[in-house]
Structures are given as C-alpha cells and as structure tokens.
Write a protein that binds this ligand. Sequence first.
Ligand code: SF4
Length: 118
Amino acid sequence: MEQRITCINCPVGCRMTVTLNEAGEVLKVEGNTCPRGAKYARQECTLPLRMITAVIPVENAATPLSVKTASPVPKKMISQVMEALKQVQVSAPVSLGQVILPDVCGTGVDMIATRPLA
Ligand code: SF4
C-alpha cells in the first residue's frame, strides 16, 4: 500500500510516497530531499501529531485567552482535547506560558497560555 504525503517542514514542500506493509508498518519513503521529510512521513503514517490551538473565555475578563498544547499531541485526540477545554474555568491574571490544563486527556502534554492576560 502506498500513501502520498507532502512534507510541511519547510517551504520546499517535497511530495513523498510512503510504502507500507499490510500491518501498516513503513517499508520505505521516497521523494524526500532530506531526513526530516522521511521522519515526518513515518510519523504521519503511524501516529500523526498536531499542535492544538484554541481560544477560551476568561471569567473576569472581556478578552478571551488563546491557548495551545505545549507540544504536538496525537491527531486523533483533537476532539477530546477540545471537549476538555470546554470544562476549563480560568480567571485573570494569566501569565504567558501558564499551564491552563495539565496533562490534557492523559497525553502527557499541558495546555498553556500563549499570551499574558491582566
Ligand atoms: S523533505 Fe526536507 S527539503 Fe523537503 S520539504 Fe521536508 S524538510 Fe524541506
């Protein structure tokens, strides 16, 4: 089985072909110009990861707070993470990088503030 993937690690945007066996294991990656592309393709075919960004309301502020995962989490967890964020209650002040939701959905990754809020 073959899968076509475009590398998003730099503006070149190499188009790669990934060959997988029936168990879904990557056999080879072709079309990448550098090792970063091969690594990305293998990750994308086995356990795709994404940074998640969102905006949540703050109880005592008119401005909402933008948050993001501190590092990428499995793509299949996006809807669970967004649901978990609906339960979060935050009050100002918030500092840049403050943990808003630790270990979101058991991923081991914290949801953090991307800006301060007075
Ligand atoms: S494979 Fe390397 S050169 Fe090609 S898009 Fe990815 S990072 Fe850029």
